[in-house]
Design a protein around this ligand. Structure first.
Ligand code: SF4
Ligand code: SF4
Length: 213
């Protein structure tokens, strides 16, 4: 559910997953709602073997989807199908290192290669306005990185020490001379938030990272 809520534009996917869980046919759409005639986005749903369909706005659909997940008992095969549907990579059931049965996911992260385009540091707002992890704060203190800590305020990064406001560009981003490439001046000790980007192939593709070609 976190994946859906983090990106509410995945309407087709929401509809597909709902249909998978409860049967019937769900499709994204709009409905004009009285009394003002305002158009709301949401899902049109027609249960199996019925002709009549009903509209649920996104708020109502969020509850429905949560309910569908909690009511449906998912087999391993169901989880594999859902994972492939949601994350767009291959998954299968198999034995793990201790011979325990589980689900293998081919993440394809081995194909990821950062081309230093700078997009994630320049254009993704939460790259330079987020909260530091505790482990980062501890490490920077241990490393004596008071320059980095100077841009933290109450755990939030990056805050300009001059204005006390959020910066409009990450202070550690550097454009490499005579190229269109960028580098991070604190690469070896950058925040976990940055180290973890992208979290998956899907995350990369949906946020405009070019690391998958
Ligand atoms: S957007 Fe992707 S390819 Fe570009 S700098 Fe960030 S991680 Fe590297
Ligand atoms: S700290 Fe480094 S990796 Fe993180 S946003 Fe700034 S330049 Fe990018």
């Amino acid at each position: 559910m976190d994946d859906f809520r983090s990106d509410p534009k995945q309407y087709d996917l929401f509809a597909k997953v709902y249909s998978f869980l409860v049967g019937g046919k769900a499709v994204p759409g709009e409905e004009k709602c009285p009394p003002m005639g305002i158009r709301y986005g949401g899902i049109w749903y027609r249960p199996e073997n019925l002709k009549e369909r009903r509209f649920y706005n996104w708020h109502e659909f969020d509850d429905l989807l949560t309910q569908a997940f909690s009511l449906r008992s998912l087999s391993g095969e169901d989880i594999v199908k859902l994972y492939k549907m949601v994350f767009g990579v291959n998954a299968f059931i198999g034995n793990g290192p201790e011979e325990k049965v589980g689900i293998w996911v081919e993440t394809e992260m081995e194909r990821f290669k950062c081309i230093q385009c700078g997009h994630c540091c320049l254009n993704l707002y939460d790259s330079y306005c987020t909260t530091a992890h505790e482990e980062d704060l501890i490490r920077w203190k241990e490393e004596g990185r008071w320059d980095i800590l100077g841009y933290i305020d109450g755990g939030d990064l990056w805050i300009s020490p001059k204005t006390g406001e959020d910066v409009t560009r990450c202070p550690w981003l550097r454009k490499l001379p005579r190229t269109e490439k960028y580098s991070c001046r604190i690469h070896d000790t950058k925040p976990r938030h940055c180290k973890d980007y992208p979290k998956s192939k899907k995350h990369a593709l949906r946020t405009g990272c070019k690391g998958f070609g």
